[in-house]
Design a binder for this molecule. Structure first.
Ligand code: PAF
Length: 285
């Protein structure tokens, strides 16, 4: 049986530990999370466990990335359950910083990554990605990790983290891990639990429609026509507003009109079902 991971709340304690690991020549991995852990998060932890000598999971509900105080207040805080889920995975430390360890009194710095954050989720969530970029910079610095693991489910976030790590010369390798899906193709998300049974069944359409779109693109069809047909079939399946359905280059998230085998690209979607906003993306290869 694995030992229960140590829970630390103070930066000084985390630093003391990571310094001793680095002195011993150990490779340190970090998995930043906001808790409410599901199998998608656990797959990141497993990847970190396989690639590093030491693994830190951070749990911090970051107030700066929420657009509304109500969302922040309602965000699930499930530290004990999270610790139980992490125990069998041989995690060394769960870092649950007290808020003043991340944002001390008088905190006045914002990390803002331009370009990558204007579109997709950035278009409807002003300030969200500044909050993400700021907290991720803090957590990567505080953990002094050699490797950091993020899910491709939030592909825009992953590209933003890669860019800020490069631009700010952070000495950390950013590793993207594939989206974990239910057996019907729905991407794992804690939001799925808020869907009614009927809506949960319809939600699988997202992946099917994206897979059809991929086939059309690979067959050389223009994205615009495929998009209209996909939007119509999602509306017919009972979905609500389509925030976006885009085809974009992976590197800079620029919009593309058609598939080019030389350019890694993805489909991106954000769509409402009942009162839940679901996001997903799929590589087009
Ligand atoms: O993806 C998340 O859970 C959060 O955006 C992150 C990266 C932990 C920053 O708060």
């Amino acid at each position: 049986m694995s030992a229960a991971p140590v829970i630390l709340r103070r930066l000084a304690d985390l630093r003391a530990l990571t310094k001793s690991w680095h002195r011993a020549g150990e490779v340190v991995g970090v998995v930043p999370t906001m808790g409410a852990l599901h199998d998608g998060h656990l797959s990141l932890v497993r990847a970190a466990r396989a690639g590093c000598d030491r693994v830190i999971v951070t749990i911090f509900v970051n107030p700066k990335q929420f657009n509304s105080p109500a969302d922040l207040a309602n965000y699930p805080r499930t530290e004990e359950q999270d610790a139980r889920k992490l125990a069998p995975l041989n995690v060394d430390v769960i870092y649950c910083p007290d808020p003043d360890q991340v944002y001390p009194d008088g905190f006045a710095t914002t990390v803002s990554v331009s370009g990558l954050t204007d579109m997709l989720c950035g278009a409807t969530r002003p300030g969200h990605f500044d909050g993400v970029a700021t907290v991720v910079t803090k957590l990567l610095t505080q953990s002094s990790a050699d490797r950091a693991y993020f899910g491709e489910k939030d592909f825009q976030q992953l590209q933003l983290v890669r860019r800020l790590a490069r631009d700010l010369d952070l000495d950390v390798e950013i590793i993207g891990c594939p989206t974990v899906r239910e057996s019907d193709g729905l991407a794992l998300s804690s939001r799925n639990l808020r869907l009614s049974e009927a809506a949960r069944a319809s939600a699988a359409q997202i992946n099917l429609v994206m897979a059809d779109l991929t086939q059309g693109l690979l067959a050389g069809q223009e994205f615009a026509g495929l998009r209209d047909a996909a939007a119509a079939s999602l509306a017919a399946a009972g979905f609500g507003d389509l925030d976006y359905l885009d085809f974009r280059r992976e590197a800079d998230l620029a919009a593309l009109a058609r598939f080019d085998p030389m350019e890694p690209a993805r489909l991106f979607i954000a769509i409402w079902l009942e009162d839940v906003r679901l996001i997903d993306n799929l590589p087009v290869r």
